[in-house]
Design a protein around this ligand. Sequence first.
Ligand code: DAT
Ligand code: MG
Length: 139
Amino acid sequence: MAKNRTFTMLKPDAVENGNIGAILELINTSGFRIVAMKLTQMSRKDAETFYAVHNERPFFGELVEYMTRGPIVAAVLEKDNAVEDFRTLIGATNPAEAAEGTIRKKYAASIGENAVHGSDSDENAAIEAAFHFAGRELF
Ligand code: DAT
Ligand code: MG
């Protein structure tokens, strides 16, 4: 399997709760290489664009409020099978359904505030990485 890349955000709740270090430790020990990383905050327009696929869903307003309420850590991660393996590491969208040992099981409070994002396809990983990072910021 060739090395490929995924995009992640440690969401505002993860930053507020002081979980950046613990989550990065899990990411590193799970074999992902950090290719790009920064602390940033999404504007309302950023969040509406990033999550546009969900804009008809009943939770869209709450999602935008949550994702814009404080800083996030945005990062690009590299590993064999990165997209699928990172989805496994973060666990189910709803932390109540997430497997033991996953990031969401350990650090997420609810389906709405679930600590971490992971891209769902190689195509979306590339789009999401380009949304947050310029080419010169990828190492
Ligand atoms: P994931 O983040 O696991 O890819 P998703 O793409 O279906 O999940 O949804 C994006 C985010 O929207 C998710 O991380 C949290 C929020 N969300 C999804 N379903 C929700 C629901 N039923 N109620 C509240 N928030 C929800
Ligand atoms: Mg998703």
